[in-house]
Design a protein around this ligand. Structure first.
Ligand code: ZN
Length: 176
């Protein structure tokens, strides 16, 4: 168990397409410890989601968890696919553990249907809404080498934390 160093924007690994996980490796001690280390790293850095490329491992693995009324349960996504996008869009502030101190508004579908293997290698199929749906899309973008700044329609909302608190605080930032 241990904290993993986080790759920051500019590190080419964040721009690579991640490889699928070989399913016969999921139950190995090494892989299960990697999942635990990803959760520990996410929580230590006050994130609500973390994708494996952010810890310099170019594999299709995501961990997520967010407490509170608008939160979502502990989730592990392995080799995930979004099989349906709902018609409604939602605009949220996004940040990223790989992009220190910056937030920006991103518009994404507010409902998705996801298929992914869980931590035990079992295929799950479910719908996610709101922040949960947005976070899944943000994290799955990491598996495609994409960052939230690539998804911003209006770069004028790109905001450093200090200015965010002064000018935009009405809407809480989501640090994904
Ligand atoms: Zn991110």
């Amino acid at each position: 168990m241990g904290l993993l160093p986080i790759a920051k924007v500019g590190n080419p690994i964040l721009r690579r397409i991640a490889e699928p996980v070989e399913t016969n490796r999921i139950k190995s001690v090494e892989f299960q410890e990697f999942i635990a280390d990803m959760f520990e790293t996410m929580v230590e850095n006050n994130g609500i989601g973390l994708a494996a490329p952010q810890v310099s491992r170019s594999e299709q693995v995501v961990v997520m968890e967010c407490g509170g009324d608008n939160g979502f349960p502990r989730t592990v996504l392995i080799n995930p696919k979004i099989v349906f996008y709902g018609p409604q869009q939602t605009e949220m502030w996004e940040g990223c553990l790989s992009i220190d101190g910056l937030q920006g508004q991103v518009t994404r579908p507010s409902m998705i249907r996801v298929q992914a293997l869980d931590q035990h290698g079992n295929l799950q199929d479910w719908e996610a809404h709101g922040l949960y749906a947005v976070c899944i899309q943000h994290e799955m973008d990491h598996l495609l080498g994409k960052l939230f700044i690539d998804r911003m329609a209006d770069m004028s909302t790109l905001t450093q934390l200090q200015e965010f608190e002064t000018y935009w605080q009405k809407e809480p930032a989501t640090i994904i």
